[in-house]
Design a protein around this ligand. Structure first.
Ligand code: SAM
Length: 421
């Protein structure tokens, strides 16, 4: 067999050739190293603060959020890379993330596990990286009641959905789950039926498809978690090249799961002018009649036709309509990301844009599309941004598309501004 030699970050890898390695994913691995480092620092800090409070008798275990009561940072984090291929990612995590206790590098291909074993020795990380030959799902089920992981990384070919049920159970309370999806055609609306079968949501072919893809994936992870009295909090969500990647914390708290519907929406997408309206699933109004308590779903009424052009709607979703990231956390990642990373300049560029994205306005408008719909020449983006700001609304860019904006201005205001700039 022909061997391929690769060096990336602090790792040197050999592979028999048939084992998966994709150089384009260096950015994905660099970002993941930075995110896990920032998470580990936070996890340790939370645990330390808790220990101090407990010592001072300021809290009793019964008063704690379940996830804090369960936090066990101990002396470092343990990571599962469930789909490891060459072991490159695990070896880089071992060498480049401070405070790692153990990494399990798993694959169900014998040839891959052979590569992992050789590479672990080649990189002198036998004490940190444990090669493992198993089906990822079976392995994660073995860890659902005991020896849960602080961090689980899922980096499959294509769609991650078959790994989600086991992953959300095998992670520690407050732990970090990293998920890649590369089946962009399915998530971006080319096959809404397949998207429903895999993710439980209908995708829409649109300009905002990358953000919609992220929100469908998050919705899907949360729906798996709530089956076990758990819920997610996204730390960061990324769309890059041909894939999407989400970084979420998984918490236990059955009472919080019923808020899940308030984090979801259907999307009404106009088939004529591409305007979009979100219909929250959230149950927000409660009432009482006789001795029967009831809850009424509220939100904008379903619109039979588009209010801007009168055409019909496509209905997509449900999507995650709560925030995609924590700006504070993204800044911590920027702060901790090593200058030595091969893709550090791209990390700075992308994460700075992410940290400024409007958090409370899902999806975005694309300039080319707005202009072609109303047959006007494309205005400079800055002109439109200022017009929206002057009208008293907020506006931001999005890392997902260079010529797009997010804004809390009503769609009608956006159309008016586009017509009269
Ligand atoms: N994470 C790697 C990286 O950054 O280089 C790449 C992983 S590659 C995309 C996917 C790997 O998952 C393949 O090596 C394949 O053998 C493995 N795989 C697929 N299904 C699996 C399963 N059910 N259990 C364990 N491994 C699996």
């Amino acid at each position: 067999t022909e061997f391929q030699e690769i060096s990336e970050g602090l790792a040197n890898i050999r592979t028999g050739g048939k084992v998966f390695y994709n150089p384009v994913q260096e950015f994905n691995r660099d970002v993941s190293i930075s995110v896990i480092s920032a998470f580990a620092r936070r996890f340790r800090k939370e645990n330390e603060e808790l220990r101090v409070k407990k010592e001072k008798n300021e809290v009793r275990d019964t008063q704690l959020e379940p996830w804090l009561a369960g936090t066990r940072y101990e002396d470092g984090i343990n990571i599962l890379e469930a789909l490891s291929a060459t072991g490159l990612r695990s070896i880089r995590y071992a060498k480049e993330i401070p405070g790692v206790k153990q990494i399990v590098a798993n694959d169900f291909s014998l040839q891959a596990v052979d590569d992992i074993k050789n590479n672990v020795i080649l990189n002198n990380v036998e004490h940190l990286v444990k090669p493992n030959h198993d089906d990822a799902v079976a392995l994660m089920y073995q860890h659902k009641k005991q020896n849960q992981f602080d961090v689980i990384d899922l980096d499959p070919y294509g769609c991650p959905s078959m790994f989600l049920d086991s992953a959300v159970q095998a992670i520690k309370d407050g732990g970090l789950l990293l998920v890649t999806a590369t089946d962009m055609a399915v998530l971006a609306g080319n096959s809404p039926e397949t998207c429903y079968t895999k993710y439980g949501a209908i995708s829409i072919r649109s300009r905002y498809c990358h953000e919609m893809a992220l929100r469908i994936l998050l919705q899907s992870i949360e729906s798996h978690a709530t089956r076990y009295g758990r819920y997610i909090v996204p730390l960061m969500s990324l769309s890059a090249d041909f894939y999407i990647r989400v970084f979420v914390r998984v918490y236990s708290g059955a009472h919080k799961c019923k808020f899940s519907t308030s984090k979801l929406s259907h999307v009404y997408h106009c088939t004529g002018c591409d305007s979009f309206t979100l219909q929250p699933l959230g149950i927000t109004k409660t009432g009482e009649k006789g001795n029967v308590k009831f809850k009424i779903p509220t939100g904008p009424p379903v619109l039979p036709n588009c209010e801007h052009c009168g055409n019909t709607h496509h209905i997509g979703g449900p999507i995650w309509s709560a925030p995609l990231h924590s700006s504070e956390f993204v800044k911590e990642v920027l702060d901790i990301a090593s200058e030595k990373l091969g893709t550090i300049r791209r990390i700075h560029g992308v994460l700075n844009v992410i940290s400024e994205e409007l958090l409370d306005v899902p999806l975005y408008y694309t300039f080319e599309k707005l202009c072609s719909t109303i047959h006007v020449e494309q205005p400079p983006m800055m002109v439109i941004r200022s017009a929206i700001l002057n009208a008293g609304y907020r506006v931001s860019f999005t890392h997902m598309n260079k010529t797009s904006i997010k804004t809390d201005a009503p769609t009608k205001v956006v159309w008016d501004i586009m017509r009269c700039w």
